[in-house]
Ligand binder design. Structure first.
Ligand code: MG
Length: 264
C-alpha cells in the first residue's frame, strides 16, 4: 500500500467512525415521541373477502356484467367483446380489435384475471396471445405491454412470454397455470413523466405478480414496448389501460375481475 492510499484509508475510517459517533450523540436525550408521525392518517380501506376481490376504494373496470367502462381502442365506439357467464372474451375480427378503458390513469395498482382456453392451439406467439397495455398512448402506438400468452408449455422468446414486459424484460420466473385455469396479474405501475419539450423526466417502473408470484420487480422500462425496433419514450400525460385482441389464429382468451386503484 502506498503512503497516499494509507492516508486515504485512515481518513475514510475516521470520518466513518466520527459520523456514527455524531449521529448517536444526536439521539442522546431525544424522546420517543420526537420520531412519531401522527398525521396525515392513512385512509381506511376495507379489504375484499379474498385478495382477488376489489377493495373498497377500487374502480371496478369489469364486474362480470358489462363493458360500460370500455371502448373500441381504435374507434372509441362501444367495446364489442363478448360478455357472458361473468367473463369477458376477446372478439377477433375486422374492425373489432383492442379495447381500452374510458378512464385515463397515471400511477395505479391493477388486478386482472385471464384464462387461456383449454383447447388452445398454435405455438409460440400465436398461442393465446393478448396483453395488458399498462398505458395505451394512442390507437396506433404500442404503449407499454405486460404480455399475456400461454406460456405453460410453449416455447417462445423469453421477453415475449407471459409475465414479460414485452421485448424489454423476461419474467423472473414462470408461474403459469395450465390452459383452462384462471391466472391473476397484480400490477403496480409507475407512469413515466416528461418535460415540456417531450424529453423524459422520470422513467416508468413496473412491479407485477403472476398467480401471487413476483415476475417483475420494480423494473425500469426503457420505453414503449415495440414489436419491431428498440424501445423509446413518447410523451403522454394520462392514458387508458388497453387489452389486446391479437391477430393470431388461436382460440380467443377470456378475462374477468378487473379493478384498479389509482395511486398518488
Ligand atoms: Mg401480446
Amino acid at each position: 500500500m502506498t503512503h497516499f492510499k494509507k492516508i486515504q484509508l485512515v481518513s475514510f475510517v475516521s470520518i466513518f467512525a466520527f459520523a456514527g459517533f455524531a449521529s448517536g450523540q444526536q439521539n442522546a436525550g431525544m424522546k420517543p415521541e420526537e420520531t412519531e408521525i401522527w398525521t396525515p392518517v392513512p385512509a381506511v380501506v376495507t379489504p375484499g373477502a379474498t385478495d382477488a376481490a376489489p377493495p373498497s376504494d377500487a374502480i371496478v373496470l369489469f364486474d362480470g356484467k358489462s363493458l360500460d367502462q370500455w371502448v373500441n381502442a381504435q374507434t372509441g365506439a362501444p367495446a364489442e367483446w363478448i360478455v357472458g357467464d361473468g367473463i369477458l372474451t376477446v372478439k377477433k375480427g375486422p374492425g373489432i380489435g383492442n379495447i381500452q378503458t374510458k378512464r385515463t390513469f397515471k400511477n395505479y395498482q391493477l388486478h386482472v384475471e385471464w384464462r387461456i382456453p383449454e383447447n388452445i392451439t398454435g405455438s409460440g406467439q400465436a398461442r393465446g396471445n393478448s396483453g395488458v397495455f399498462l398505458a395505451s398512448t394512442g390507437p396506433n402506438d404500442d404503449g407499454y405491454e405486460l404480455q399475456v400468452l400461454d406460456s405453460y408449455n410453449n416455447l417462445t422468446y423469453v421477453n415475449g412470454q407471459a409475465g414479460a414486459i414485452y421485448k424489454e424484460n423476461p419474467p423472473l420466473v414462470n408461474p403459469n397455470r395450465k390452459p383452462g385455469e384462471w391466472q391473476t396479474y397484480n400490477i403496480v405501475w409507475t407512469a413515466p413523466t416528461f418535460n415540456e419539450d417531450g424529453s423524459l423526466k422520470s422513467p416508468a417502473y413496473v412491479t407485477a405478480f403472476m398467480n401471487g408470484v413476483l415476475v417483475q420487480n420494480h423494473f425500469q422500462l426503457i420505453g414503449q414496448t415495440l414489436f419491431i425496433g428498440k424501445p423509446y419514450y413518447k410523451k403522454y400525460d394520462r392514458a387508458p389501460i388497453k387489452l389486446q385482441a391479437h391477430g393470431d389464429k388461436s382460440e380467443p382468451i377470456s378475462f374477468r375481475n378487473i379493478w384498479v386503484r389509482e395511486l398518488p
